[in-house]
Design a protein around this ligand. Structure first.
Ligand code: AQP
Length: 334
């Protein structure tokens, strides 16, 4: 195991995890735990930047842990815990709020997307969310962060914050500049209804996404209803690029079948989208439904999930406190 490299990533407990979270993040998490020390966090403090019903939030935290385990994360190999249980995240976030610049946050596109047209009514937490994300990563001095492409901008901000901290406090190389690990093939899974928007938990229509807990019947229905194209499948990528929903289906198929995009287009060229949809449905059912069944099984034993969080919290807290002690000294806090 490479001890120098440390992976950190988080997932918000904001509802059912979906195919985007699975292909963009979770699958990467699992393969990384074989090679590096990894810390995976259920980021509940991020979730509350948009109002969450308290009871639902508690359940969603446990469901996110169950999803981690069902996709193959192991508490013996990785540290698995929830963000609010290690108070160092909030403490470092405050310090970094004072390092990060308003101009930097003003450029964050996720805030613009999530706050919508009435930005005055968005929570302050939603605005400074990227500073908390920087704190999550830097608290452990993580070197690598597996994320979907949607988080690339936030990660660049984390690097800027790390660099400014190192400069401001005269401690070159204290915080490593974290590297994003973004899946090369499919970094952004798009909505099944609108190929220009990413697949998301908070999108109103359940038909826009494949949830990890969807039954075979639901997957079948959603793929049948997914927007595609009335023309036949083209043989070249250029023509597909003008049809984002069709391209999204092909991309998902290519990823799940572990076949290059060129090969898939060769195979599918001239065929109707119904042909692709049938094959994609079969692949999704065989890969996703076992994960969903495992999540449901794990949720039957909530005490076990809570125990995993508690153990993870203890391990995470040791690293966090060790680093925070030095950070406080560097900033001049007694
Ligand atoms: N559509 C996606 N394609 C690829 N990767 C994705 N991720 C999320 N959606 C896609 C990646 O999954 C990890 C966890 O994301 P998150 O749940 O913490 O937050 P998010 O990116 O805001 O995801 P959602 O589904 O859109 O949640 P809501 O609707 O609650 O905001 C991240 O690594 C993310 O990149």
């Amino acid at each position: 195991m490479n001890k120098k490299k440390l992976v950190f990533s988080g997932v918000q407990p904001t509802g059912n995890l979906h195919l985007g979270n699975y292909l963009g993040a979770l699958k990467n998490f699992v393969s990384l735990q074989k090679e590096m020390n990894c810390i995976y966090c259920v980021v509940d403090l991020h979730a509350i930047t948009v109002f969450q019903s308290p009871n639902e939030l508690k359940n969603n935290v446990l469901e996110t842990v169950a999803s981690f385990l069902a996709t193959g994360l192991s508490p013996d190999k990785s540290i698995i815990f929830n963000q609010s249980s290690v108070s160092g995240h909030a403490e470092l976030a405050w310090i970094l709020n004072c390092v990060s610049r308003i101009g930097w946050l003003n450029r964050m596109t996720q805030f613009k997307d999530k706050a919508g047209s009435d930005k005055e009514k968005a929570s302050v937490g939603l605005y400074i969310y990227p500073n908390l994300m920087a704190a999550d990563i830097l608290l452990y001095k993580a070197t690598h962060v597996p994320v979907g492409a949607d988080q690339k901008q936030h990660l660049e901000l984390s690097r800027d914050i790390a660099q400014k901290f190192n400069n401001d406090f005269g401690c070159k190389d204290f915080f490593p500049l974290p590297e994003p690990l973004i899946s090369k093939n499919i970094s952004r899974v798009m909505s099944l209804r609108d190929g220009t928007k990413k697949m998301s938990k908070s999108e109103e229509s359940d038909y826009s996404r494949i949830n990890l807990k969807d039954s075979a019947e639901e997957i079948n229905k959603k793929i049948k209803k997914a927007k595609s194209d009335s023309e036949q499948i083209p043989g070249d990528l250029k023509s597909l690029e003008k049809k984002p929903e069709a391209l999204n289906l092909i991309n998902i198929y290519s990823e799940l079948s572990k076949t290059s995009l060129d090969k898939v287009l060769n195979e599918m060229s001239g065929k109707e989208y119904s042909f692709l949809k049938k094959k994609l449905t079969d692949l999704l059912i065989s890969e996703i439904t076992p994960v969903g069944n495992e999540i449901k099984k794990l949720l039957d034993d909530k005490a076990h999930l809570e125990k995993i969080l508690k153990k993870g919290k203890e391990k995470a807290n040791i690293i966090a406190e060790e680093n925070l002690k030095i950070i406080r000294e560097k900033v001049g806090l007694i």
